[in-house]
Design a binder for this molecule. Structure first.
Ligand SMILES: [Zn+2]
Length: 210
C-alpha cells in the first residue's frame, strides 16, 4: 500500500482503491468529485449496502459497503477506530468503538464481506484511534475484552486495536494483509481529533473505488 500526507489528509492507495483520513490540518478541499455516503452513527453493529441509485439520506448504522465505483463511503471518528476492509470487488468501512466491538460489528463485517464477495486478496487498514497507552476503562467495559486488556499502576487499559486485529486473524486473514497506523488519537491530539481530549471535531474516514 502506498501512503502519503498532503493538505492535511493522510492518503493510502492500493490497486484501484483510495483511502483518506482527515486531520486537524485538513484544508477542507475534497480529493475526489464523488458523492459521500454517510451514516447516522449509533455505536451499533448495523452495516448497510450503498448503491449509486440510492437516495443518500442518512441511514442509521455503523458500517457501510459497496461494490460500485465512484461513490465514497464515510465514517466519522474521534478515538473510535475507522476500519477499512477491501479487495478489488468490494469496499467496506466500519466505525468501531468498544460498544460496536462488543456487539460484534467486526465479525459481522467479515461475514457480510464473505457472503457478498469473498475474502480473496482482502486487505485491512485500521485508521487512528485511541490506543492502549491512553484508553483507560473500568471493569464494566474491561470484562468484555479479557484478552485485550493491560493493567498498569492499578489502572485498566483497553487495546481495542488488538481486539479488532484478532477478529481478522480468527477469520483466517493473514497478518501481512493487516495495516495499522502508529498514531494514538489521544497522544497525537495535535493532529487527530480525540473525544477524550475534549475535541468536538471528528476525523473523516473515506474509502472509494475508482
Ligand atoms: Zn496514547
Amino acid at each position: 500500500m502506498k501512503r502519503g500526507f498532503q493538505n492535511g489528509l493522510l492518503g493510502l492507495s492500493s490497486l484501484n482503491i483510495k483511502i483518506f483520513l482527515t486531520t486537524k490540518r485538513w484544508n477542507k478541499k475534497y480529493p475526489f468529485n464523488f458523492r459521500i455516503c454517510s451514516l447516522k452513527q449509533v455505536h451499533g453493529n448495523k452495516i448497510i449496502e450503498f448503491k449509486k441509485e440510492d437516495k443518500f439520506f442518512k441511514k442509521e448504522g455503523d458500517g457501510l459497503f459497496t461494490k460500485e465505483k465512484g461513490i465514497v463511503l464515510e465514517v466519522k471518528t474521534a478515538d473510535c477506530f475507522p476500519v477499512f476492509i477491501f479487495n478489488e470487488n468490494l469496499i467496506m468501512l466500519l466505525h468501531v468503538g468498544w460498544r460496536g466491538a462488543k456487539k460484534g460489528i467486526v465479525e459481522k463485517g467479515i461475514d457480510i464481506f464473505k457472503k457478498v464477495g469473498n475474502l480473496k486478496n482482502v486487505k485491512i487498514f485500521i485508521g487512528s484511534g485511541i490506543r492502549k497507552c491512553c484508553y483507560e476503562v473500568k471493569e464494566d467495559v474491561a470484562k468484555f475484552f479479557k484478552k485485550s486488556i493491560e493493567e498498569r499502576n492499578g489502572k485498566i487499559y483497553l487495546d481495542l486495536e488488538k481486539f479488532i486485529i484478532d477478529n481478522f486473524l480468527n477469520a483466517g486473514l493473514h497478518e501481512k494483509n493487516i495495516f495499522t497506523l502508529p498514531h494514538c488519537t489521544s497522544c497525537r491530539n495535535d493532529i487527530f481529533y480525540s473525544h477524550r481530549k475534549g475535541d468536538k471535531g471528528r476525523i473523516r474516514a473515506w474509502i472509494l473505488k475508482e
